[in-house]
Design a protein around this ligand. Structure first.
Ligand code: FVH
Length: 288
């Protein structure tokens, strides 16, 4: 028994994984891709291919956009706004929060129920236990689409501001990027004495694993808003960061990845905050 008609726009690595999962879950799927040849394997597996975006939009009650970026979504959807009227559009394309809000406003103008999504998974994870997707925007649309969306992974509704899913996505990806940059820095330093990146990755994995519980302690200082809790101070951390920068340079390795934190700590010390807990850095990050 089929469960409904879902259109997937975009058959890159992620769109393909999503279309495949929806088929497995019993949905009738219509697929469209700019490079039409990519629809072949999906048609062979049971999907229908649409020749145009307009045809694809007509076929689905729910339309999932899984394109490259905000510009490609708007380029493809704006010409078919009339066809989307009364339908439910879920945009799983990575965008900034303001891009998501702009698309939500555009959808509202055209009578399109809009959900913005952020995928916290890689294509191989879709439908598996570790896959998590965030949604924000039209709550009623979320309630309707939820059974289908839950086949892709854990579904979390973040709120009616369409930018919220993207904001959390960007925040978590920021944390991830800084962590991965940390491995690059460590590997650059260790290879100066012949240690492989693989060995440094093993050591880094163990070390960061041991440090992860400290995230909650830092968060509690930030949420408390009192930066005199007796935690690790700006002065202490500043000296430590200065040592990291010096050690890196002594090994002939640029310290560009470490320097930004050093600069922020210097700024706090220069304004008389040296004895404060070092997470006070967060107060400098707000652009005023
Ligand atoms: N892959 C991943 O691990 C990440 C996980 C987190 C979420 N992202 C986001 O998902 C969106 C799609 O990513 P993807 O992995 O499918 O990306 P690609 O394999 O590069 O496929 C891109 C598709 O977009 C089509 N496309 C590009 N430009 C246009 C355009 N101007 N008009 C219409 N379609 C366009 C492209 O078509 P084609 O090149 O095959 O003709 C692909 O279908 C993305 O936002 C990630 O950030 C994935």
């Amino acid at each position: 028994m089929t469960k409904g008609n879902i259109t997937v726009l975009g058959l890159g690595a992620m769109g393909s994984a999503i279309a495949e999962r929806l088929r497995e879950a019993g949905y009738t799927t219509t697929v469209w891709n700019r490079t039409a040849a990519k629809t072949g394997p999906h048609v062979a597996a049971g999907s229908q291919a649409a020749a145009t975006v307009a045809d694809a939009v007509t076929a689905g009650e729910i339309v999932l956009a899984v394109l490259l970026d905000h510009a490609s979504v708007r380029e493809r959807l704006e010409p078919v706004a009339a066809g989307l009227e009364g339908k439910l559009l879920v945009n799983l394309t990575t965008t900034t929060p303001n891009e998501a809000r702009a698309t939500a406003a555009w959808a509202a103008e055209h009578g399109i129920a809009y959900l913005d999504g952020a995928i916290m998974a890689v294509p191989e994870m879709i439908g598996g236990p570790g896959s998590r997707l965030l949604y924000s925007g039209d709550e009623n649309a979320y309630a309707i689409a939820r059974p289908a969306l839950e086949t892709l992974g854990t579904a979390d509704f973040e709120g009616t501001d369409a930018g919220l899913a993207s904001l959390k996505d960007m925040a978590l990806l920021s944390a991830m990027d800084l962590m991965f940059a940390g491995l690059i820095q460590a590997a650059a330093m260790m290879r100066t004495v012949g240690v492989s990146a693989a060995d440094t990755a093993e050591e880094t994995t163990a070390w960061l694993g041991a440090m992860l519980p400290h995230l909650r302690g830092l968060a509690s200082i930030i949420d408390g808003g009192d930066y005199r809790t007796g935690g690790q101070s700006v002065d202490f951390t500043r000296a430590g960061t200065a040592s990291l920068i010096t050690a890196s340079r002594e090994q002939g390795v640029r310290a560009d990845l470490l320097e930004p934190q050093g600069k922020l700590l210097d700024e706090l010390a220069a304004t008389g905050r040296g004895a404060d807990d070092w997470p006070r850095i967060i107060e400098l990050l707000t652009i005023r």
